[in-house]
Design a protein around this ligand. Structure first.
Ligand SMILES: [Cu+2]
Length: 217
């Protein structure tokens, strides 16, 4: 077989350039380009994390704290309830009209931190289930102290002026958390709060499913 000089030159140039590219790639380019140094490479993600839009325990540790947690004190639930800015102003943590259900075992203490992110005044209190749509703001505390400071509950608090209160859920039954500002509960600003005899742990139920509260703040 006869090889033309031009063909030999092309083959030789091709081989040389391949060797040059290999040397440059191997010894000159940094590892973040080649990923050749396996030990220095970032770990491959092998599981899917909850997205930032999700709420609750699944999001803990992903940079977004859950709004519920067990307190360091036994048989105590910490709730951080926020009326968020959004399409529906009458919400607790984004939920209204019973779309959120919180359950606690009977006899547990509930520590509530309430914050209102809206320009309209709001509040939160825990009242009998039958009062969840009371229009005139005439509510009964379901437990001693469960509507918090009465002035704050009745007139609501302005934007970003959080307050705290605590109560003992000492009677099993079906209750509601409502906004105490007249008209708001009737406008949908209520969710469900159940006290369950012989339960082991609190639960949170939303459209995302039911989560048993098992992590400590
Ligand atoms: Cu309100």
């Amino acid at each position: 077989m006869k090889i033309s000089p031009l063909g030999a030159l092309v083959v030789a140039l091709g081989a040389c350039s391949a060797i040059v590219f290999w040397i440059v790639g191997y010894f000159v380019l940094p590892n973040q380009v080649t990923h050749r140094n396996f030990a220095a490479n970032p770990k491959i993600q092998t599981s899917v994390s909850p997205t930032s839009g999700s709420t609750g325990q699944g999001a803990t540790g992903q940079g977004q704290a859950a709004w519920y947690a067990l307190d360091k004190v036994p048989k105590t639930l910490d709730l951080s309830i926020t009326s968020k800015n959004g399409d529906d102003p009458m919400n607790f943590n984004g939920y209204s009209k019973g779309a959120l259900k919180i359950t606690v075992p009977a006899g547990w203490t509930v520590n509530v931190t309430y914050n209102n992110q809206q320009s309209v005044n709001h509040s939160v209190g825990f009242v009998p289930w039958s009062e969840r749509e009371t229009p005139n703001g005439q509510f009964t505390a379901a437990f001693k102290g469960s509507t918090g400071p009465s002035d704050k509950f009745q007139s609501g608090v302005p934007q970003n002026q959080p307050y705290k209160f605590s109560f003992v859920a000492n009677q099993a039954g079906k209750y509601a958390l409502v906004c105490g500002v007249p008209g708001h509960a009737a406008g949908g600003m209520w969710d469900e709060f159940d006290v369950v005899a012989n339960a082991k742990a609190p639960t949170i139920t939303t459209d995302q499913g039911t989560v048993t509260v098992s992590k400590t703040a």
